[in-house]
Design a protein around this ligand. Sequence first.
Ligand code: C2O
Ligand code: CU
Ligand code: CU
Length: 530
Amino acid sequence: MFLLTRRAFLHRSGILTAALAVPQATRSPAKYRTQLLASTLAQFVDPLPIPEIAQPVGLRPISGNRQARLPYYRVAMREFRSQFHRDLKPTRQWGYGSISPGPTFDVRSDQGILVEWSNELPTQHFLPIDHTLHGAEADKPEVRTVVHLHGAKTPAESDGYPENWFTSGKSAIYHYPNQQDAAMLWYHDHALGINRLNVFAGLLGVYLLRDEVEDSLNLPRGKYEIPLIFYDRIFDLESQLNYPVSPKPDAPWTPEVFGDAFVVNGKIFPYLEVEPRKYRFRILNGANGRTFHLAFANSHPFHQLGTDQGLLSAPVELKRLILAPAERADVIVDFSDSVGDKIVLTNDSFNVMQFRVGKNRVNDASALPATLRPVSRIPESAAAKTRELTLVEIDDLKRRPTTMLLNNTHWRMPVTENPVLDSTEIWNFLNTTDDSHPIHLHLVRFQILDRRRFDVAAYWATGHVRYLGQSIPPDASEAGWKDTVRADPAMVTRIIVRFEGYAGRYVWHCHILEHEDNEMMRPYDVIAAV
Ligand code: C2O
Ligand code: CU
Ligand code: CU
């Protein structure tokens, strides 16, 4: 009944990037040549753009509470054109605040804010909608948006539930209480069935949340703290975004999209001029499906300070930073021993961007602290419940090449995950597929317990997990608070979660956006304790 696919081997090999940008068999050789080869572009000719900081437009009361007035932001989603590279024509995109990535929020823990997200996009989509996917049926408006603040502890009505989309000319006012530790969050579109297209079009941005613990660490700040948002895209010869399609005109969805153009903050092959001192980079993998393996060509180290949900207990020195889609890393790079150097940042063997280190020594009063914020491990004994949740790929050749499911359940089926508010649970992700799936839960932060290989065939035959190896603890770089975890193939990945904050309906899903749009997402309910 379940045919496990063999695509995964190719997908995981970054070396096959360019070839995979074009689904084999689906494009004629003539059509292949309509594709821009990003490797032919001149490298390091554009300065790295840094998104502007979002500014509130005033103070407003929260609905239902006339007393509390919160900073009020208004962000319009609009179509715009900008150049991804000096030698490309302006590319049509959709962006928050008419830029992509959108403006960076720079806000404080415990200071809630209101954001009016306003859809001022055209009424036609410019990327290929698949009307056979859940929520994207032909009777639905083409352009639908809803904004999710990824990693935020947000009341359900402001969380951007995938069905709470609104159309062009409409807006939604969301309340972000910001009652959580300092962390790099990010906001992106979450509209059911077209999320992958809206994000590919440019609807993503960064949200930096700060607190006193972070303040006390004397980390590089101001112009020495820079967000780096990585993703991959595919372009046609007219410099326009080219989202790949399946061979079926009525069902254009493809299981994964890997672009050959690596983009940082909206530019291909940018460079950044830096002083010979410490910089703090807030790194996000904002790609639809690609995992980045970032390393400096000269093996210069990174010092990782934080994960998705904030500071680690102590910095971790790394030569290579691995980030699956939606994962973040907070890093310090010290250029003080690289006076006058040009250092290239690579993804596998491909150049991504260049750092040009100044020739004059400078004073650097910022710190790389030895310890950061204590992260106490949640004991397994705290868990009131353990759930076994399968990750499944089904090849259903009648309908489409592949459907991905969580626990063999579709989006529309009744809710099966219903943790009690303020209770702790262990979730075991049994990955029966050949792909790694980055699994994300809204609302909460969690800790990774371990990963352990298991016998997939035996599992399908008997329904029982037979482990094949020792359990592997999380990498040092993922040993803090997380909201997205790599569930590797043929492994059981275990996380421990306390469901804190709010009762209500949220979602959990694979953050490969093509999977998410094709059933690899489920609603879950946090139930108020009685
Ligand atoms: Cu990045 Cu459902 O989220
Ligand atoms: Cu999220
Ligand atoms: Cu997936």
